[in-house]
Write a protein that binds this ligand. Structure first.
Ligand code: PEP
Ligand code: MG
Length: 763
């Protein structure tokens, strides 16, 4: 059964659209379960369950039979969100006779809900003439299939509705796709899809501008591939046996096959550009061959895929895609890279979307530093269908709206206008202190990584660097930078900020931050070899980096060194010992080195409860609340599927933050700072100030806004807010209360913009 299941899922996954997906599902399930009927009912836009596909009922009823919510046994399955298995459905009180379907002769009924991300999308039904209960294994099979297919159905539905709304229908507007925030801000614009080279899956839909030219280019590409294969075949002929040599003939025959080239021609003639036509035909043939029972024929699927890639490479060469950038371009890529950002003129780039990747990807880091609203990890987005479409990108909540309605676009344009006005106003604060109305001074520092961040940070009035992510200069290279190179990079940050303090974090790799030249492959990287654990195991890397930092600070003496991902005091002791060793060695070499301040990052729950012990050993404590939230809540900070559970205002997180500040301050002279994203949120900043944090460190983009908020309240108001929060026990309610209170104080504009509520749910 497992085999059948896998095969059905595989086939359905490869189907091109919703109709094909549903048709395959009913045909395959009917055959696998040996029933007489298999049907799929899906919830339509009017919230009725509509018969979308059937094998066994009257096909004329497809699209016609619609059940109002809660009606019939199908409605009951959906309401209860659990399977219903009946020996004779016709005698059940909820049975509703569906005219014209021919279902009256079927008695046995098994219906299972199709559920994606908690929402019931529809119901999968099998029926049989005889009166009998489906057995447990049949029920389990159907439940398993339904769970596995729900994602594919949701994806196909989303794609379908996007296509429908492009045909000017009101339906399918405001389609929402959830990802994670890469950089805050909003953008309203048009999509430009940037595809990686020779990747058939990533070829976007486009209309041919000149059909004759597309046909000619395709024929040339085909001839080039044919020639290449002959050349390779001939050059290898001396080394191959005749049966291996025959493989090249098979290749050539596939290309000779009139069907393949002919079908591509037909599609181009219907108006598709050559690359799109090639993609569709190749994918269809790959699907067909993959589904074959015969293993030899199944293998041909990979030959066809390979040939498709080769033809595509030639097409791309002869037809370099000249992307047209609109004034408000929202760039979409399957995997956004820093190089791709560089291809769009900066003045036209409004937003960025990456189907894969996280808030820590290079591109997201770069986007934050450039202040471009970005959404990462929108895994359900059918991005190849997006080119030229209207989009709204919400970089605060990490979501994307496709084909937005005029009301939603206008609401977001209003937010944009507000942000522009606000930026002008905030620029005037640059040289003013972050001081509350009752005179409490809150130092605001920045988080940096790239050289470009330094300039922006200074422009925005940063008083120090609370976190310099040193792994970033390591990530954008092909090998470990030398001591000399590191010294120069660090010197630039130290000099630019001098005499203000610069907190350099020692190399924090692992988790999702990989170096291309130092791969770490682990089952569970966030609980694995990360941060200080790596560098303590590689003293040569740690010592070299610390030496570079110390040398860079010679004569400037504004360096602070910070240790990431610390779990135990012995890690701090070992790191301090190595730092002292580096200082001694450099002094022996004649450098004039001052011992820098050393700090520990509190990022894991174990560190929370030892914070006082750390405080006795070092000069400062800095909370990495991004990771601390992830570990306290056991929610991967980069996984869009659980993004709604990643709650910075969760009572446990707030309690931990409060505890850390109080405990650390029990040790004299200890500075407690925070460098996670919560410090860059207006409400978060006020709560942290009330908790007694000495420094808030944040991205340069948000710093002026936080300064403005602090200047508009009193310390007592912030403390009262914190007292209220302490009595609450629900993250959502806390967040709502914070927003409402800030709005009452006239800070609604400065706090997170109130996002419009789209009419449609998630994809
Ligand atoms: C954090 O975890 O809060 C932090 C500041 O470090 P990073 O985001 O670089 O992991
Ligand atoms: Mg961290």
């Amino acid at each position: 059964m497992l085999d059948v299941l896998r095969k059905i899922v595989q086939e359905v996954n490869a189907a091109p659209d919703l109709d094909a997906v549903l048709d395959l599902i009913v045909r395959r399930i009917q055959r696998a379960t040996r029933t007489q009927v298999c049907s799929v009912y899906l919830l339509d836009e009017e919230q009725h369950f509509c018969l979308m596909a059937t094998q066994g009922l009257n096909p004329a009823a497809i699209g016609r039979v619609r059940l109002p919510p809660g009606k019939g046994i199908v409605g009951m399955v959906a309401d209860r969100a659990e399977p219903i298995n009946l020996e004779d459905a016709t005698v059940h009180p909820s049975y509703r006779f569906l005219k014209d379907t021919g279902e009256e002769k079927f008695h046995a009924f098994l219906g299972v809900p199709i559920i994606h991300q908690r929402a019931v999308l529809g119901v999968l039904v099998v029926q049989q003439q005889e009166r009998r209960r489906f057995d447990e294994s049949e029920e389990a099979f159907l439940v398993t299939l339904s769970a596995q297919l729900a994602g594919v159905i949701a994806h196909a539905e989303a794609t379908g509705s996007i296509i429908r709304s492009a045909q000017n229908s009101q339906k399918g507007r405001d389609k929402r796709f959830q990802g994670v925030s890469g950089a805050s801000g909003v953008a309203v614009g048009h999509a430009v899809v940037m595809a990686p080279r020779a990747d058939l899956r990533a070829v976007p839909d486009k209309v041919a501008r000149d059909i004759a030219q597309e046909l000619q280019q395709f024929d040339q590409a085909l001839a080039s591939v044919r020639r290449d294969i002959k050349v390779v075949g001939r050059s290898l002929s001396r080394h191959l046996r005749s049966e291996e040599q025959a493989l090249f003939d098979v290749y050539l025959r596939i290309l000779d096959d009139n069907a393949l080239a002919g079908e591509i021609h037909q599609r181009i003639e219907l108006g598709s550009w050559a690359q799109g036509a090639l993609r569709d035909v190749i994918q269809e043939h790959v699907r067909m061959f993959s589904a074959m029972e015969d293993p030899y024929l199944r293998e041909r699927a990979s030959d066809i895929r390979d040939l498709g890639r080769r033809i595509l490479a030639y097409l791309q060469e002869s037809h370099p895609v000249e992307l047209e950038f609109h004034d408000n371009t929202i760039l979409i890529a399957e995997e956004l890279s820093p190089a791709m950002l560089g291809e769009v003129p900066t003045e036209k780039l409004s937003g960025l979307v990456s189907v894969y990747g996280s808030g820590n990807s290079h591109a997201a880091i770069l986007a934050r530093s450039m202040g471009i609203p970005t959404v990462m990890g929108v895994v359900d987005l059918p991005y190849t269908k997006m080119d030229g479409r209207e989009l709204i990108l919400d970089g605060y909540s990490g979501c994307l709206y496709v084909n937005p309605s005029e009301e939603l676009s206008e609401a977001y344009r209003e937010i944009l206008r507000g942000e522009e006005e606000e930026a002008v106003e905030l620029a005037t604060l640059r040289d003013l202190p972050a001081e509350t109305l009752d005179g409490y001074r809150m130092p605001l520092w920045v988080n940096t990584g790239l050289v470009a961040d330094v300039v922006r940070s200074l422009e925005r009035g940063a008083e120090g660097i609370g976190l310099y992510r040193t792994e970033i200069p390591f990530m954008i290279r092909d090998f470990f930078p030398s001591e000399q190179e590191q010294t120069q990079t660090y010197r630039r940050q130290l000099e630019a900020f001098h005499p203000r303090p610069v907190t350099m974090r020692t190399l924090d790799i692992g988790g999702d931050k990989a170096l291309p030249y130092f791969p770490i492959n682990e089952e569970n990287p966030f609980l694995g070899w990360r941060g200080i654990r790596v560098t303590l195991d590689h003293p040569e890397i740690f010592l070299l980096q610390v030496r570079a930092m110390l040398r860079a600070a010679e004569g400037l003496n504004n360096l602070r060194i910070m240790l990431p991902m610390v779990t135990s005091v012995h890690e701090v002791d070992a790191a301090c010992l190595m730092i002292d060793q580096a200082i001694d060695e450099l002094r022996d070499d004649g450098y004039v080195i001052e011992r820098p301040q050393i700090g520990v990052m509190v990022e894991v729950p174990a560190a929370v409860y030892q914070v006082r012990r750390f405080a006795r050993r070092v000069d400062f404590i800095s909370v990495g609340s991004n990771d601390l939230t992830q570990y306290l809540l056991a929610v991967d900070r980069n996984n869009p599927r659980v993004a709604n559970l990643y709650a910075p205002y969760h009572p446990s997180v707030l309690r931990a933050l409060d505890y850390i500040a109080r405990e650390a301050h029990k040790e004299d002279g200890i500075q407690v700072s925070i460098c996670g994203e919560i410090a860059a949120e207006p409400a978060g900043a006020l709560l942290l100030m009330a908790m007694g944090y000495d420094v808030l460190s944040m991205n340069a983009t948000n710093l002026p806004r936080i300064k403005s908020v602090i200047r508009k309240v009193t310390l007592e108001q912030a403390r009262e807010l914190h007292r209220q929060v302490r009595h609450m026990d629900d993250a959502d309610k806390i967040q709502q209360m914070l927003y409402d209170t800030l709005a009452q104080w006239g800070l609604a504009q400065l706090s997170r913009p109130d996002m419009p509520d789209p009419r449609q749910g998630q994809s």
